[in-house]
Design a protein around this ligand. Structure first.
Ligand SMILES: *[C@@H]1O[C@H](CO)[C@@H](O)[C@H](O)[C@H]1NC(C)=O
Ligand SMILES: *[C@@H]1O[C@H](CO)[C@@H](O)[C@H](O)[C@H]1NC(C)=O
Ligand SMILES: *[C@@H]1O[C@H](CO)[C@@H](O)[C@H](O)[C@H]1NC(C)=O
Ligand SMILES: *[C@@H]1O[C@H](CO)[C@@H](O)[C@H](O)[C@H]1NC(C)=O
Length: 380
């Protein structure tokens, strides 16, 4: 496998990066009462629990998933906490429980994100005969779940007026985690083009955000696509060794996610104009990821591409047929020194850094402090 790779060795040097806590609003203050969370496996905290998620990562309910912080598997596709967990901490709120756990306390929020899910409805992937690990849930499934969650509030359909939905959105933040990476992956070995996926994902993603705003959401954060060319998948699905960018990632794939984000941001700008009293924040995953891939040691990492948990060793330690949690898979001694957890998802260490870059590192437009300021102003 190493012959198809051209990974620069990261020099192991003594890191001076200090794991400083993510700055939060002043102690015990709660800028938001609750958070509604949407997304895919980068944000899922237990809605798939392995049985309904992508087959490749079907061992998510076994150790070593969850080994770092919770010390047991929780359904998170990571060794520990994810970006949304660090967001909860910074807002002084408990972790947002998965929607499908009906016995969880949802006073401070609910997480509707589901691993493997797509932005474009499943029927599209069925029609193009995608065989690559597709799941049936999409963003519209999550909207249906959301409506089910708020039923009884008088806020039922997208035709409900903001007044009817006041109780639902008062003091609430809507967080749309990274979406559409799966859509681009699921066209592997089909006739559909990346351009088609771009057109459709932008359409459905924009429609979802518009629906939420029409219902009365006032504070919305939308994460863009991460630098998808830095994950092992494109390396092993045939990107030629010449297809690399300045940081050793697959250039064509990073361009694909970059262009998606540019169009998404333009859509967010027009929605911001249309819904002038709302605050819409773009979470710039792509540049945050690049920043860390460029300067791993600054952030305490010694491994950029190699999966902490997996089989196969080599520069990626990733075998899609035998992933983390399968018999024979090992996980590394120090996950906090790795950026990549299981070949597709990131470690708690990487999530902490990305969350910090969003929340107070300037990798959000407008900034997170601005969002908190606006939310505070509306409460006085
Ligand atoms: C996982 O989800 C399925 C389907 O929603 C459910 O039947 C099962 O009980 C869940 N398992 C766990 C361990 O939560
Ligand atoms: C569901 O939430 C309850 C209450 O927080 C918790 O005790 C239980 O373990 C959760 N169930 C699963 C399958 O995570
Ligand atoms: C999908 O498969 C069906 C049945 O084999 C076939 O009739 C159809 O043409 C295929 N569609 C595409 C887009 O390849
Ligand atoms: C998809 O592409 C393959 C190979 O180019 C071709 O044989 C097939 O007919 C195409 N299918 C459709 C439905 O366009």
């Amino acid at each position: 496998m190493s012959s198809i790779l051209n990974l620069a060795l990261v020099t192991i040097c003594i890191s001076i990066f200090v794991l400083s806590p993510i700055s939060s609003a002043s102690p015990k203050s709660r800028p938001f009462k609750k958070v509604y969370v949407f997304g895919d496996s980068y944000t899922d905290v237990g809605n798939t629990n392995g049985s309904t998620g992508p087959h490749t990562f079907r061992h998510v309910m076994s150790l070593p998933y969850g080994r770092t912080f919770f010390h047991h598997p929780t359904g998170r596709y990571s060794d520990g906490r994810m970006v949304i967990d660090f967001v909860a901490e910074s807002l002084n709120l408990p972790y947002f429980p998965p929607y499908l756990n009906k016995s969880a306390d949802t006073t401070h929020g609910v997480n509707f994100a589901v691993g493997g899910c797509t932005t474009i409805p499943y029927s599209f992937f069925k029609q193009i005969n995608s065989t690559w690990d597709t799941v049936t849930q999409s963003l519209s499934t999550q909207l249906t779940w959301f409506k089910d969650h708020i039923k009884g509030s008088g806020c039922k359909t997208i035709k409900s007026t903001p007044a009817e939905c006041k109780a639902v959105f008062e003091g609430a933040l809507v967080w749309l985690g990274e979406m559409s990476a799966n859509d681009y992956n699921y066209i592997f070995l089909t006739n559909a083009t990346s351009k088609t996926i771009q057109k459709l994902t932008i359409k459905y993603q924009t429609r979802f955000i518009k629906n939420i705003l029409e219902m009365g959401a006032k504070y919305v954060v939308v994460q863009g696509l991460p630098a998808t060319g830095c994950f092992p998948m494109p390396f092993i699905t045939g990107a030629p060794p010449t297809d690399r960018d300045d940081i050793g990632c697959v250039a064509s794939k990073n361009k694909e996610s970059y262009h998606h984000n540019v169009i998404l941001q333009a859509k967010l700008h027009s929605l911001q104009k249309k819904f002038a009293s709302a605050v819409i924040v773009y979470g710039d995953d792509w540049h945050a990821y690049r920043e860390v891939y460029k300067n791993p040691t600054k952030y305490g990492f010694t491994e950029r591409f190699k999966a902490c948990c997996g089989i196969g060793g080599g520069p990626l330690n990733f075998d899609p047929m035998n992933t983390c949690g399968a018999p024979g898979a090992n996980s590394c001694k120090h996950p906090s020194q790795y950026m990549n957890w299981d070949g597709l998802h990131v470690t708690e260490g990487m999530s902490r850094v990305v969350a910090k870059l969003f929340l107070d590192g300037g990798f959000a437009q407008p900034s997170f402090p601005y969002l908190l300021k606006k939310a505070a102003e509306s409460r006085v």
